[in-house]
Design a protein around this ligand. Sequence first.
Ligand code: NAD
Length: 308
Amino acid sequence: MKVTVVGAGAVGASCAEYIAIKDFASEVVLLDIKEGYAEGKAMDLMQCASLNGFDTKITGVTNDYSKTANSDICVITSGIPRKPGMTREELIGINAGIVKAVSNSLLEHSPNMVLIVVSNPMDTMTYLAHKSLNIPKNRIIGMGGALDSARFKYRLAEAMEAPISDIDGMVIGGHSDKGMVPLTSHATRNSIRVSEFLSEERLEQVAADTKVGGATLTGLLGTSAWYAPGAAVSGLVQAIACDQKKMFPCSTFLEGEYGLNDICIGVPVILGRNGIESIVDIPLSDAEKAHMQASAEGVKKTNGLLEL
Ligand SMILES: NC(=O)c1ccc[n+]([C@@H]2O[C@H](COP(=O)([O-])OP(=O)(O)OC[C@H]3O[C@@H](n4cnc5c(N)ncnc54)[C@H](O)[C@@H]3O)[C@@H](O)[C@H]2O)c1
């Protein structure tokens, strides 16, 4: 199993590290445009192999796509991250050009790849990849919901003073501060609805904190976060590589599902060797449906800035 990660920055390197530590891939190619940068990150990560006990071979390359040839899974993390006070949508000007060029170069060398888009604004970048690559929609996946759901579970556990392993919950919708739809009504602690443990006001606060999870970290770190994003990507890569048929909320091209068309946005999907094996239709409350519609309108507005 060969995996390519484009962008050896904070998220790309974290993603390569988690994939290697889980030891399910034979090779990870890390590619960056900055001379020597991916080579350096790859060498540093390979020097963790004997310490952390993995055999995945990590190779770094400077913009040489021939080294990515025949990758089974490719991940795009290249592009600029946001700075404190910025929204993800403000990154579109620079990142659209990067994602378009990178995704075309990847496809040229790995025609059968499953592509995971991470660069922001992620739903719009996933839509851009869908429009420019012309490959089956099951092979283009946007990562956002897996991370947002992990942040939701963190906030729920914090509010309940419970271990995170007790908590289950999911965030669908757009990967943006306003667009996320935390499914509070479906969230549970060991199969008991979280509303049994927390007041409505506290749950609203949990949802609000979840939605600004990225912005909170950007404010603290001065750039966007990387550990949880890298871990979330590695979860998606493993589900595909190992054909796990696991359910994650991912951004995918919708054709009528959830009442939406011609948009990539986060919905629950089953991930396996073919990428998105199916889209899972779950019942939403009227409020969640309205929230999802508003979220889709926001994503479509950002998509409208693309030059397709
Ligand atoms: N979807 C999510 O959940 C999520 C989470 C966190 C970050 N992000 C996004 O991921 C992206 C990367 O964030 P980061 O913190 O790793 O940024 P970073 O600046 O640390 O790394 C980005 C890397 O991309 C490289 N790059 C730029 N143009 C390139 C090109 N044309 N080809 C190859 N490499 C190129 C840069 O040299 C840099 O090393 C940002 O857009 C950020 O907003 C998304």
